[in-house]
Design a protein around this ligand. Structure first.
Ligand SMILES: [Zn+2]
Length: 248
């Protein structure tokens, strides 16, 4: 595992002093390659935490440009950025924050056809896309390739997040009914801006817990946040033996 330079030891000092984390956890993050699917509400919340934490290699996947209506919930972007590539802006932000990382971008829309190639060779995928068709395609690819997946979403006042390490998977929870549903959830339903940030940062926290192997394993649990009640719930997802992705 790669050693940490003097600059990195200073940069990550508040991590390294944590007894459960230490140099071992920091080196584990440095050695990791994460794919972040979507640089929108969830992704723009997760990325700064992943970058600050020192996740060594990050691939940012987004084919979108900044729209004025994104600025309500996507703090990576400014008013001057409207019309510019989110992936390129997110990469520039990441490189300015932390020069020790290798940041790659994929300016492609994720589909059933290209998703396996995009996520292949990553240690973890964080999906923050906002339609079920893409989310299920990402899930199926991660299950097929044996890559752990954090699927995070937010709509209206409700946030949800699930870490899957194969079985049960995100499809065990959602089922097959949404495979053709490519509607933009945020545009149709609305979403509280601070909620996407909450779920994005939570996705980064769950990624760091998993990558540094700290805290109890929460794979297979669905975390639900109600932004109106300001309360969290946790549901254990049962594996679906008939699941198209992970079933036997
Ligand atoms: Zn499944």
């Amino acid at each position: 595992m790669s050693e940490l330079s003097d600059d990195e030891l200073d940069r990550y000092a508040r991590h390294i002093v944590l007894p459960q984390f230490g140099g071992t956890g920091q080196k584990a993050l440095k050695a990791t390659k994460v794919a972040l699917i979507g640089a929108g509400g969830i992704g723009a919340g997760a990325l700064p935490s992943l970058v600050g934490a020192g996740v060594g290699q990050i691939t940012i996947v987004d084919d979108d440009e900044v729209d004025l209506s994104n600025l309500q919930r996507q703090p990576l972007y400014t008013t001057d950025d409207v019309g510019k590539s989110k992936a390129e802006l997110a990469k520039a932000h990441a490189e300015a924050r932390n020069p020790h990382l290798a940041i790659a971008i994929e300016k492609r829309r994720v589909s059933h056809e290209n998703v396996k190639k995009i996520v292949d060779s990553h240690d973890l995928v964080i999906d923050g896309t906002d339609n079920f068709m893409t989310r299920l395609a990402v899930n199926d690819a991660c299950v097929a390739l044996g890559i752990p997946l954090i699927a995070a979403a937010a709509a209206q006042f409700q946030g949800q997040l699930m870490l899957s390490k194969g079985q049960p998977c995100y499809r065990c929870f959602v089922g097959d009914a949404f495979d053709a549903d490519d509607c933009d959830t945020c545009a149709e339903l609305g979403v509280l801006g601070a909620l996407t940030g909450t779920m994005g940062h939570f996705a980064a926290l769950m990624a760091i817990r998993h990558l540094a192997d700290i805290g109890p394993d929460s794979a297979g649990k669905l975390h639900l946040f109600d932004g109106l009640k300001a309360s969290w719930r946790e549901i254990t997802i049962a594996p679906d033996p008939a699941c198209k992705a992970c079933g036997t």
